[in-house]
Design a protein around this ligand. Structure first.
Ligand code: G
Ligand code: G
Ligand code: MN
Ligand code: NA
Length: 253
């Protein structure tokens, strides 16, 4: 409860911030960033979203917080586009609670309008398990979101229990292979087989594949060879403050 109150105040005082982790295509070009929420707590230091998102979900604070994340991510990436990276994309993580509340599509629409970001440069990441909590509701919402023009991806793919029948019917553009499978690359035969199977399936369904949690050169090499389209992980760049991303982008231009 203490933490919930602190979170409420932190949101009111705009004390949370977004870090950004770069994503690269197979040719090594920076194509986008994933926005990751950070809470620098005055007494406890940096608190991980893994710790405070559940509190935000239980208390309902996820709604003002999630709206802020959407708006801030759009604003920041629009600024980077104006500074010479016109094709840059931003991915935002959505909680299952945000999917359940009506009107997410309207919020997305208004944050896009306010920031001036074109819909195609906003990607919404939804975990496989969030999607499957209410598949029929998800179907309706995803079609509304896709109608706006945003891109939709499945986060942590392979860790939930999604029905392939639904995956095929949801209007998705990307699968993010969970880093638990990337961990065993290049040595673990099972992980190699799993990645191969995901890539083959994604190709048939016309989905782009992002590998996350890429930490070593050997992983990068094999994942590229297996056909992953994009890579994200500590090897290529850690989540960083916007100012540090400014510096990285200045070098990429
Ligand atoms: O960045 P890090 O590994 O600490 O993130 C931990 C978890 O918090 C991940 O599952 C990530 O998806 C989630 N997360 C990070 N930022 C956000 C956010 O803005 N909204 C939601 N719902 N989850 C987030
Ligand atoms: O659940 P989601 O995939 O959104 O979570 C992303 C989380 O993964 C973030 O908290 C981010 O800090 C973390 N992350 C990003 N790259 C790496 C990596 O290469 N290795 C590990 N262990 N974690 C990573
Ligand atoms: Mn994610
Ligand atoms: Na993930």
């Amino acid at each position: 409860l203490r933490l919930e109150n602190d979170l409420r105040h932190a949101i009111d005082r705009s004390e949370l911030c977004l870090h950004y982790q770069p994503q690269f295509d197979a040719r090594g070009r920076l194509v986008g960033v994933e926005a990751l929420l950070r809470w620098p707590h005055p007494q406890r230091g940096m608190i991980s979203p893994a710790e405070f998102i559940p509190i935000a979900e239980e208390s309902g604070l996820i709604h003002p917080l999630g709206d802020w994340v959407l708006g801030e991510a759009c604003r920041q990436v629009r600024q980077w586009q104006r500074q010479g990276h016109p094709e840059m994309r931003v991915a935002v993580n959505l909680s299952v609670r945000q999917l359940q509340r009506r009107g997410l599509d309207q919020t997305v629409r208004s944050e896009l309008r306010r920031s001036g970001l074109e819909a195609a440069y906003l990607e919404l990441e939804i975990t496989e398990s969030s999607m499957m909590e209410d598949p029929a509701g998800t179907m309706t919402l995803l079609h509304a979101l896709r109608g706006i023009g945003v891109q939709l991806s499945v986060d942590d793919f392979g860790t939930g229990y999604s029905s392939l029948a639904y995956l095929k019917r949801f209007p998705l553009q990307r699968l993010k292979i969970d880093r638990s499978f990337v961990d065993g690359i290049p040595d673990d035969g099972d992980d190699i087989a799993i990645v191969e199977a995901i890539v083959a399936m994604a190709r048939k369904m016309n989905l782009r594949i992002v590998a996350e949690g890429v930490e070593t050169g050997a992983q990068h090499e094999m994942l590229t060879r297996l056909g992953c389209d994009e890579m994200q992980g500590y090897l290529l760049g850690r989540p960083m403050a916007a100012a540090d991303m400014d510096a990285l982008l200045a070098r990429c231009r």
